[in-house]
Ligand binder design. Structure first.
Ligand SMILES: N[C@@H](CCC(=O)N[C@@H](CS)C(=O)NCC(=O)O)C(=O)O
Length: 197
């Protein structure tokens, strides 16, 4: 059992909850009140000094950042399946985790925040960065069912959370048919759960 600090709407928290469900890991969610700024409270900053969700508490330790949380859940509950340790397999997964933490986070997620939450930022720049990520995923999924390996891994889980809501960032997803088919494959995985809760 691990504790997941998240909010009801966090896409980054959703990644961890989805993987936990896919691998059958027991997970207790603790919802922070984002609107009240609980993620910046002194008590929560002791858990995640960045003042962000998600973070997890497991085996008496705290881990923050969605990528780190995915690594823990995959290795603790998923064995070699979701994050292998052979050099090439691990490196192939890592390159997609980098896409999720860079072009997807600062492109698709940021553009969505500007459009739907009126956050400050340059929408066109963020959309352009997001389209770079979508182009990379489209090229890969045109002839591979999964991003990194011949099976789903945390590469798919890390990237999908903000790709599936790219329309919220005013990005036309009809230009990315292979990506849409890949999203459907993720939805078809046993144990899949929706982001809405
Ligand atoms: N790189 C971080 C990004 C986390 C992130 O952006 N979380 C959002 C919610 S989805 C958040 O807490 N934002 C508040 C803030 O950055 O102040 C991760 O992957 O965990």
């Amino acid at each position: 059992m691990f504790k997941l600090y998240t909010t009801r709407n966090s896409g980054n928290g959703y990644k961890v909850r989805l993987l936990a469900s896919l691998v059958g890991a027991p997970c207790e969610q603790v919802f922070l009140d984002f609107a009240a700024g609980e993620h910046k409270s002194p008590a929560y900053l002791k858990i995640n000094p960045r003042g962000q969700v998600p973070a997890i508490e497991a085996e008496g330790r705290i881990i923050w950042d969605s990528t780190a949380c995915l690594v823990y859940v995959a290795r603790r509950y998923g064995g070699e399946s979701w994050l292998p340790t052979d050099p090439l397999g691990m490196a192939e997964v890592a390159q997609w985790l980098a896409l999720a933490s860079n072009e997807i986070q600062f492109g698709l997620q940021a553009a969505r925040g500007i459009v739907t939450m009126r956050r400050p930022g340059n929408l066109e720049e963020c959309q352009a960065r997001g389209r770079t990520a979508l182009g990379v995923i489209e090229q890969r999924t045109a002839d591979h069912p999964w991003l990194a390996l011949g099976r789903p891994t945390i590469a798919d889980i890390a990237c999908q959370a903000y790709v599936e809501v790219a329309g919220d960032a005013n990005i036309d997803m009809s230009a990315y048919p292979a990506t849409q088919a890949w999203l459907k494959r993720i939805e078809g995985l046993p144990g899949w759960v929706s982001r809405v809760q």
